[in-house]
Design a protein around this ligand. Sequence first.
Ligand code: NAD
Length: 445
Amino acid sequence: MANSNQINRREFLVSTGQGTAGLAGAAWLTGAAPATGAVLGANDRPRFAFIGVAGQGRFNLQTLLKEPNVEVPVICDVNLPRAHETVKLIGGKAEVEQDYRRVLQRKDIDGVFVATPDHWHALITIHACQAGKDVYVEKPMTHVVAEGPVVIAAAKKHQRVVQVGTQQLSGERYAEAAELIRAGGLGRVHHVRSWNTCNRTPGIRKPEGQKVPEGLDWDLWLGPAPMRPYDSVRCSGNHRFFWDYAGGRLTDLGVHQMGTIQKLMDVKGPLSAVAVGGKFAVEPWDYWDTPDTLNVLWEYPGWTCEFVVRDGSAYAPEGARWGIVLHGTKGAMFIDRGGFEIMPDDKRTEHKIVGTPRKSGDMPTQLSGAHIRNFLDCMRSRKQPVANPTEGHRATVPPLLGNIAFHVGRKIRWDPEKDQIIDDPQAAALLTKTFRAPHVLPKEV
Ligand SMILES: NC(=O)c1ccc[n+]([C@@H]2O[C@H](COP(=O)([O-])OP(=O)(O)OC[C@H]3O[C@@H](n4cnc5c(N)ncnc54)[C@H](O)[C@@H]3O)[C@@H](O)[C@H]2O)c1
């Protein structure tokens, strides 16, 4: 069985072309990508490897396989039994790898889909770009702000198409709403609010004395995160709620919402963030790190934006467990994945419903299908996809800043042009983290 020690750093760098001429895009691609020796499937069908195949990885896999002319010859997961089960799900015709670095060494792969926990997203994306692969990486693009510019630089230097899984950015209704807002349909938008509510009380207990299951490379699951004993809560979708691997609901749904809000409002990033909250609703024995109650407030030029995390009350504001409301001087707009609705403040604003907001609530399949198609189209055209690394970084920064403001317990100021926290070295130190060797953030891409 492969494990994380079987590929040393030198072997990996040489095989992925770093320090040599570097590899490039697959020959079926046209446009700016330099040629490569990649072996192609019949009829120029791009060949993908899936890295991380639990809930979201399998969802992406099934969504991709609805597209014509694609192949998935490799399934990779540090959890080997899960990788094998996934191969069965798609008819048994893919090879299994446990270590993504072996996947990146293959010359017969054009692109990778990454749906690991968040703490791996940036490193795997950077390594994949260096290996000449195009990348669809799940949101949030990064676990710490410092990873963002490195991902952007790697995609640029190696001329890779990188799409971040913020699929709302491919939603036609969101684009229509943006046009309407820009045309002044809501008047002056001065306040935006967004939320994620549920009731997860009383909480989740810490499992004790568990052994690493057969076929799982726990060391590689942890990767850049601190070494610690295995447990089945961390090693699951609950990874989202531990600081070492993610940033709670704020970086989970919040990245979708903040990326969307910033596109609707046509801005790059906030000017400041402040956050208060804690673990107030769950029992003291609850195992998650991240707060169950959190109110974040960002300042933008001429407007404010709030995000509410409420894990201890299932009441859904505006009839939606999660959504966005933009408040303008002429009217307010509720928007979610189903569509939008305008509630006028005066007679000059039309009451408008587009789609079926609140009722359908969640239309992930259509949005993800469009988002994946945009990725495939850009692999061919070599154009920038809708959620390219710059957009991915912009969507991730506000939630990460919200968590930093929560940690330091005060308002922090941000320069969206320079990508810097202003005059607060203690907060600025939290823009990065300690990466556990050998899984460190490269200085050069
Ligand atoms: N775009 C969306 O709407 C959306 C929805 C759900 C989840 N997501 C994102 O997708 C990601 C995965 O979410 P999930 O709920 O499936 O998480 P999960 O923890 O259930 O699954 C992660 C999988 O990755 C594997 N893994 C961990 N490290 C790996 C590595 N180095 N190489 C290969 N495999 C590795 C794990 O064994 C597991 O099978 C998260 O970052 C989440 O934010 C996005």
